[in-house]
Design a protein around this ligand. Structure first.
Ligand SMILES: Nc1ncnc2c1ncn2[C@@H]1O[C@H](COP(=O)(O)OP(=O)(O)O)[C@@H](O)[C@H]1O
Ligand SMILES: [Mg+2]
Length: 221
């Protein structure tokens, strides 16, 4: 029996009280589970992931992350949630250019004032980054950068990984490598994985699939 780590219910988001971007979205994710949210550009994927991860707050509705309601937290409390309970992966890796691969992976631990040693070594090993540990982001490929981003997202042992179009900038080989990294995040680190994509399926990625259309989320397939 897997624990529910993330539950969004009745989530609405509108801007200026007029344009409605999310309409009554309901979504649950359990530890070690993979969820794919697919939808066209402008369907609300980034908005939804931002709300699920505490980067933004819903206009209405509830988001329970790790047993705690985050929909109405203040910014300072949300910042802690983002540091400890979720990991983000974006379309491009967003690594810090001046830090090595190892330092990038260790960064969330540093920000949380935690010792880095074993955890970072473990992540570098698992994601086959030992060879690249001393390089800087401009010295590795885009696909490798995304692998570093997944390792970094896991640094503080988050309950959920939120990935916003993580393969959109990659070729087939890069995509396959990132999906392997996600599979490790799920199976070895028991994170729930929520991936947004404009594709209805990602090759070799098995997930519970939902379709987001003009802000309405429905089970798909
Ligand atoms: N800050 C904002 N103010 C007003 N409208 C926004 C804002 N952010 C996003 N939107 C609108 O919300 C809709 C969904 O955007 P987004 O979540 O980025 O979709 P997707 O990631 O699926 O492309 C779009 O119509 C976009 O214009
Ligand atoms: Mg988007």
């Amino acid at each position: 029996m897997m624990t529910t780590v993330l539950a969004a219910s009745g989530v609405w988001k509108s801007y200026d009280g007029r344009s409605v971007v999310l309409r009554d979205v309901n979504l649950e994710a359990r530890a070690g589970e993979a969820v794919l949210i697919w939808g066209a550009n402008g369907s609300g994927k980034t908005t939804l992931l931002s709300i699920l991860g505490g980067l933004d707050i819903p206009t209405k509705g509830s988001v329970v992350l790790g047993g705690r309601e985050i929909a109405r937290l203040k910014e300072s409390a949300l910042a802690k949630v983002r540091l400890h309970d979720v990991g983000f992966v974006f379309q491009t890796h967003n690594l810090i250019d001046d830090l090595t691969v190892e330092e990038n992976v260790a960064l969330p631990l540093r920000l949380a004032r935690r010792p880095a040693d074993d955890r970072v070594a473990d992540l570098l090993q698992t994601f086959e980054l030992v060879r690249l540990a001393a390089r800087r982001p401009n010295e590795i490929s885009v696909g490798e950068g995304q692998r570093v981003a997944v390792a970094r997202a896991l640094a503080n042992g988050p309950k959920v990984i939120l990935a916003d179009e993580p393969t959109a900038a990659l070729d087939a080989k890069g995509t396959a490598a990132v999906l392997v990294a996600f599979e490790l995040a799920r199976t070895s680190f028991h994170a729930a994985l929520i991936v947004a994509s404009h594709d209805a399926e990602l090759p070799g990625f098995s997930a519970e699939v939902h379709h987001l259309e003009e802000g309405t989320l429905r089970p798909s397939g």
